[in-house]
Design a protein around this ligand. Sequence first.
Ligand SMILES: [Ca+2]
Ligand SMILES: [Ca+2]
Ligand SMILES: [Ca+2]
Ligand SMILES: [Ca+2]
Length: 265
Amino acid sequence: MRPLISIPGGDLRWRDPNKPARLLPRRAAPAATLLLMGLSVVGCEGGDGGNKPSPEDWDGDGLTNEEEAYLGSNPEAADTDHDGYDDGLEVESNTDPLDGFDHPYAGGWPIADCRHDLEGTGTTPGQVAPQFSLMDQHGDGVRLHDFCDRVVVIASAAEWCQPCQVEATQLKIWYDKHKDAGLMVITLLGEDINHQSPSLEDLQAWSAGFGATHPVLQDTSFSVTQTYVIDNTLPSTHIIGRGGVVLEAGLMTITEDMVLDALAL
Ligand SMILES: [Ca+2]
Ligand SMILES: [Ca+2]
Ligand SMILES: [Ca+2]
Ligand SMILES: [Ca+2]
């Protein structure tokens, strides 16, 4: 069995890995602080205020006026930072109600509060995987560290890579089966069928084609993939343990047993 396909051009076509990632979070989320204060979200929905306004919660966003005073959010506006998500939902989702670039994912993936505690050290086993932020099939910027409480399987792929498509079918099955046990799968799509940067439509086509509900990210010029891959081949798969610690990097093949081991199931 020969699952390998060389990435045309190798390192020469890859982007400078030192180039800053896009859409990095600008501000820490206040959820943990709220919990420390003994405050909690009353319950809320996205959009224009899912709760009824009351004397304690003027704008009906699920946060009391007192909580909003502490957070610095607007007690008279349900969506202080105008990102489409109410203040209460943002706090509940561990995102920042004062930062319009930081909000819950349209894809619905949970964001863990530990995301602010991780500091990347490297991509070899035993190190903490560095943060990255790449566009997903919904147009959101998805950050690796948001899934710090999960086992994350990162699969580097390209539309022209037949073995990657075989792997994608497996990953969809494993994600559906084990996501409730703490598994996250991330596809890093590096190139379209013509060896160009994948478009938003390509990300959508990949996720729809495999029925994948996990993040499919635009890894233009394999910029993040390159930080993991040693031998410039696809598929290349990496397993990140809970807490962001790299367990495996640059795998040519991955089995369900390896996923189960990482999940300690
Ligand atoms: Ca409120
Ligand atoms: Ca508010
Ligand atoms: Ca908001
Ligand atoms: Ca926000």
